[in-house]
Write a protein that binds this ligand. Structure first.
Ligand code: MF3
Ligand code: CO
Ligand code: CO
Length: 314
């Protein structure tokens, strides 16, 4: 989710600074994206249980307050929603291909979620108009599905959240379309590795800020950048709640305890950290035109370590 407190600091005017120009980073090759035509929202049947924000606009959930310790019953429900989200994300391999529009992905994901008797969490969340986020190439996050067909060489993050039995499950992955250039492939594989390695260090007693500390070292080592405006978040019957999981070095207090669940969702980039939110209020585009990739899992802290809730299990 977007880290509102840092908006002013992180979203700058689209002037390339001398500093960035001098760096001469190799962004590789891609077809840059601009916002396109967004089709009307998809219908949700009467019978599907909907989150409160479906009926009345609400601002994005805040991440201030106590971190919830979930009961076994809550964990049971959260796990079911997470598994569903993961399964549908996995099945997107069938639709993420040259020629599919991101709106086709939206239709595919929407229909699968409804067929599973769940609700697509992004729809109407703080006014979001579609059922999934699709972020292509230079779109860092919160891309709104539109009429742009995917092209050979694109990278696209598909971010799926389901609301099932009263619980949200949240995961995303960056897909490669056709032949992606070497820089793009490097970016995508490092980003996935970054997420998986940061999950491994989660355990009771570990500070939340250990995640950001690890990621900042990882990113430097890989000679990549990080987009700091988007953070991981607590999740449960709410889409976004405490704790805040910053993906860069920070001193946010708090330690992990069994029964806590949150997401980790770093965005790594071939360029600089700055993004600009488009007039639609959502689409976050890199100021320097560089591509970024993102992977996300929802995790649960257990008595002995961590469980990835959004893994695919059959
Ligand atoms: N799924 C995103 C996250 O990882 C949130 C999307 S909010 C939306 O936190 F409204 F854009 F869908
Ligand atoms: Co997400
Ligand atoms: Co998330």
């Amino acid at each position: 989710m977007l880290f509102l407190n840092s908006i002013k600091k992180l979203i700058r005017t689209p002037n390339r600074s001398i500093f960035n120009l001098r760096k001469k980073k190799d962004f590789g090759i891609c077809n840059p994206v601009t916002v396109g035509y967004v089709s009307p929202e998809r219908a949700v049947p009467e019978s599907i249980r909907k989150p409160p924000y479906y009926f009345k606009y609400m601002p994005p959930g805040n991440t201030i307050g106590e971190v919830e310790i979930k009961s076994n019953e809550q964990v049971h429900r959260l796990r079911a929603s997470c598994r569903l989200a993961a399964k549908i994300l996995h099945s997107c391999e069938d639709i993420v291909k040259i020629g599919s529009t991101t709106d086709d992905i939206d239709a595919f994901v929407h229909d699968k979620i409804i067929a599973a008797n769940a609700y697509p969490s992004p729809l109407r969340y703080a006014g979001f108009p579609k059922s999934v986020c699709t972020s292509v190439n230079n779109v860092a996050c919160h891309g709104i599905p539109d009429n742009r067909p995917l092209m050979d060489g694109d990278i696209v993050n598909v971010d799926i959240t389901t609301y099932y039995n009263g619980y949200h499950g949240d995961c995303s992955r960056t897909f490669m379309v056709g032949n992606v250039d070497e820089r793009g492939r490097y970016l995508v594989s490092c980003t996935e590795e970054c997420l998986m390695e940061s999950i491994k260090l989660c355990s009771p007693g570990i500070p939340f800020n250990a995640i950001g500390k690890f990621i900042s070292t990882f990113v430097k080592k890989k000679k990549l950048g990080l987009i700091p405006a988007f953070i991981g978040h607590g999740i449960g019957s709410y889409f976004h709640g405490p704790p805040e999981i910053l993906h860069y070095k920070n001193s946010v207090p708090g330690v992990m305890q069994p029964g806590m669940s949150f997401t980790i969702e770093p965005i790594l980039t071939l360029g600089g950290p700055d993004i600009e939110i488009q007039e639609d209020g959502w689409t976050a585009i890199s100021v320097d035109g560089a591509r970024s990739a993102q992977f996300e899992h929802t995790v649960l802290i257990t008595q002995t370590g961590v469980e990835v809730l959004t893994n695919v299990v059959d």
